[in-house]
Design a protein around this ligand. Structure first.
Ligand code: SF4
Length: 290
């Protein structure tokens, strides 16, 4: 079900940019996500999204709020979108809320980082190129190189191969683009062959970076949903998780250290960074030099 809501505030604000992606302002245009990844952390109780599996809330006044809030910001910083929902879920094709938000961000000359699993992002290529005069980055979440497995784990999202193709187009247009390889699901995706295939595909499609996490989080409602899906898709695996992780929140793949070594070697060989390049504001001294 799709419902419209009126939000009071749109952008969240961090004192310091976050250590992974350099995001200063978080932007969620939706609550809930049609991609319905079986491992999604947004189901956790702390986020208070009650009907995550059946409902998407659309912030109908988001564009007005964004314009007002960006106009009042004294510090320029990266606006990040895509951590609690996918800004290019199927509904976005019709509503164009993310597309309109990007146009406002371009107008105010703010940098942006988009995280997505969808090639729909290509619709906004021109706007992203405009924003890229300041800074634009697009990260595609890819945790398996196998389309079939991807469809089992992320049933509402486009195929992994479509994400790679979109990544290539963005890279060819000069957008800073790469892969967020997270979460790597223990006992499902944590094998060297999978990691190797992702790195090779990322390299072949022009990725500048891959940011890995060899493990996943599990808590309350998220864990219950994930375990139910494991029962359907991988009978017997829930019991292995229960034995290995108990009630733990951070669930590292048991072979995480080895995978990290293999991953780092492969990325070194292919010239792929394991961190992304952040937006660097132009300093007063640089302005004087111009
Ligand atoms: S795309 Fe992201 S937010 Fe959406 S269901 Fe998947 S993990 Fe959750």
């Amino acid at each position: 079900m799709i419902k419209e809501i009126q939000a009071k505030v749109l952008l969240s604000h961090a004192k310091q940019p976050d250590p992974w992606f350099g995001i200063k302002y978080g932007m969620n245009l939706y609550r809930g996500c049609q991609h319905q990844c079986i491992y999604c952390d947004s189901r956790s109780e702390c986020y208070q999204i009650e009907n995550f599996n059946d409902e998407v809330l659309v912030k109908a006044n988001a564009i007005d709020l964004l314009r007002k809030e960006l106009a009042s910001k004294r510090v320029k910083g990266t606006v990040g979108t895509g951590s609690m929902n996918d800004p290019y879920m199927p509904l976005e094709g019709r509503l164009n809320l993310t597309g309109r938000a990007l146009a406002v961000i371009a107008e105010f000359h703010f940098p942006v980082h988009v995280m997505t699993k969808s090639d729909l992002v290509l619709r906004d290529l021109d706007t992203l190129c405009q924003i890229n005069r300041v800074y634009a980055a697009v990260s595609f979440t890819i945790t398996t190189a196998d389309d079939e497995l991807g469809q089992m784990l992320e049933p509402g999202a486009p195929l992994v191969s479509e994400r790679f193709r979109a990544l290539k187009t963005l890279a060819e247009h000069g957008i800073h683009t790469g892969v967020t390889m997270m979460p790597i699901l223990p006992f499902i995706e944590d094998d060297e062959e999978n990691i190797g295939r992702i790195v090779e595909q990322a390299h072949a499609h022009g990725a500048a970076y891959i940011i890995p996490w060899f493990g996943m989080s599990l808590r309350d409602r998220q864990r219950a949903y994930y375990y139910d899906k494991l029962d359907d898709l991988f009978p017997g695996l829930r019991q292995k998780y229960e034995r290995t992780f108990g009630d733990q929140y951070h669930c590292a793949a048991p072979n995480a250290d080895r995978l990290a070594r293999v991953f780092n070697e492969l990325c070194d060989r292919r010239g792929i960074a394991t961190r992304m390049k952040w937006y660097e504001p132009i300093t007063a001294t640089q302005i004087k030099l111009f």
